[in-house]
Design a protein around this ligand. Structure first.
Ligand code: GLU
Length: 449
């Protein structure tokens, strides 16, 4: 029987989520949606030193904002017994062994190996210790850390993004799974959870490829079948710097982008499609994104997150937003001037809140810019009577053209400056009926209105 697709997003609650983390969450969420599977949120917090409840709560809040709802939830700090049991199993099988070297000793050894041109791989000296030597070290007060004994063989897997991948166990140090103080490092809890929660696909960054080789060996040592793996290329900052750098992470944290006023769906759309052939295609819902989601369309080289792309994606998403969705938000901003207003201004919004500025321009008061009084007077004289509609602008500008002999930019720019006080903006054909005759008349006279 094939197992139902189950994937997980597994952040460590040691900081706020940034766009790179959001991409990991989104890929897994979309993969679950597309395959009718389940999406798990797992807090990788077995390390009680750096993980905090505040960061965990902030992660949930940020995912909520993105709309990435999870179906399954777990906290590693509540599952330590399962990890202890797995460690015992590995010890009994002779795959987890105690080692006593201090960090300084290991460092010296590494340097000696490098100086001799050897790869800095742990030499397994601890495996050669006799019972007496171990007892003597313990008597000195040393506590062991625990290493997994790798098989020195190739581990190969078919990655759904990278294709065929092979990791050579012989080129790696036996990984430390448990520290001297008894705390678990990331690897074992992650594997135990992936097994216990029936994770079918592990979709994560390409920085984990070597880990995957190691993890496949541990999974097999625990008597389980490895999941399918997919390693996507990493997202860097706009200058190509990794988002793991503190400064970049804060600059592109989800909180910062939310506070700046970006739409969650715009960010989702951009993150889902960066690195694919059509990165800027906007959308309105996560379901739409899930439908077109295909990990195999992702390229293999690292990609960049550029805030200018997010601004464009935001504009594109707002452009798709129907009035019914916009109305409550316009009301909250105190600028709901109706459906025609929304349809007129939305192509010109970078952020939703820009609508308030266009409402001010429609309703006034604003200071018109009149550069040529005679022209403005001629335009005023040609202003048609109300009611005004979609045809008014065309009829009026034809009349002004007739009266003044102007055309093109020389005709339209002075009218735009007089009516809006700006050189750019939504189409005047649509804006003019919203401004209405009384305000248009006053503005053409140079009055604040
Ligand atoms: N907590 C790990 C990380 O943030 C999870 C990696 C994984 O997906 O296995 O890197």
């Amino acid at each position: 029987m094939t197992r139902p697709v189950t994937v997980r997003f597994a952040p460590s609650p040691t900081g706020h989520l940034h766009v790179g983390n959001a991409r990991a969450a989104l890929f897994n969420f979309l993969f679950a949606r597309k395959n009718g599977g389940k999406f798990m949120l797992r807090m990788d917090d077995p390390d009680d030193e750096r993980s905090t409840a505040e960061f965990a709560a902030a992660i949930e809040e940020d995912l909520d904002w993105l709309g990435l709802k999870h179906d399954i939830f777990a906290r590693q700090s509540e599952r330590l017994e399962a990890y202890e049991a797995a460690a015992e199993k590995l010890k009994a099988a002779g795959r987890l062994y105690p080692a006593y070297e201090s960090a300084a000793e290991l460092d010296r050894r590494r340097k000696r190996q490098l100086a001799r041109g050897l790869p800095p791989v742990y030499d397994r000296a601890a495996l050669k210790l006799t019972d007496e030597e171990r007892a003597a070290l313990e008597a000195e007060g040393r506590r062991p850390h625990w290493r997994f004994k790798l098989d020195h063989e190739q581990v190969a897997f078919d990655d759904i993004i990278q294709g065929h991948v092979a990791v050579d166990g012989a080129s790696l140090s036996d990984p430390v799974l448990i520290r001297e103080d008894g705390r678990f490092l990331y690897t074992l809890p992650s594997i135990v959870d992936d097994i216990d929660f029936g994770i079918t696909h592990v979709i994560r960054g390409s920085d984990h490829i070597t880990n995957t080789g190691v993890q496949i060996q541990i999974i097999r040592a625990l008597g389980a079948e490895p999941p399918v793996f997919g390693h996507y290329s990493l997202l860097n900052g706009p200058e190509g710097k990794p988002l793991s750098k503190r400064h970049e992470a804060e600059r592109f944290s989800l909180r910062a982008l939310r506070a700046a006023g970006y739409e969650a769906i715009a960010l989702n759309a951009l993150l889902a499609r960066l690195g694919t052939p059509d990165p800027m295609e906007p959308c309105l819902t996560l379901d739409e994104l899930a439908e077109g989601f295909d990990l195999s369309r992702l390229g293999r080289s690292d990609i960049r997150f550029d805030p200018a792309d997010l601004a464009r994606a935001n504009t594109a998403c707002l452009h798709l937003m129907p009035y019914a969705a916009a109305a409550p938000r316009l009301q909250a901003l105190g600028c709901d001037l109706g459906e025609d207003f929304w349809d007129t201004v939305k192509p010109n919004l970078v952020l939703f809140s820009d609508a308030a500025e266009w409402a001010r321009i429609v309703q006034g008061p604003l200071d018109p810019i009149i550069e040529e009084k005679d022209f403005a007077a001629a335009a005023l004289a040609a202003l048609p009577p109300e009611p005004w509609g979609a045809e008014t602008w065309g009829a009026w500008t034809d009349a002004v053209k007739e009266a003044t002999g102007r055309k093109g930019k020389a005709l339209f720019m002075p009218l735009r400056l007089a009516l809006t006080g700006l050189t750019h903006g939504p189409e005047l054909k649509n804006l003019l009926p919203l401004i209405g005759r009384a305000r248009a008349e006053a503005r053409l006279k140079g009055l604040t209105a």
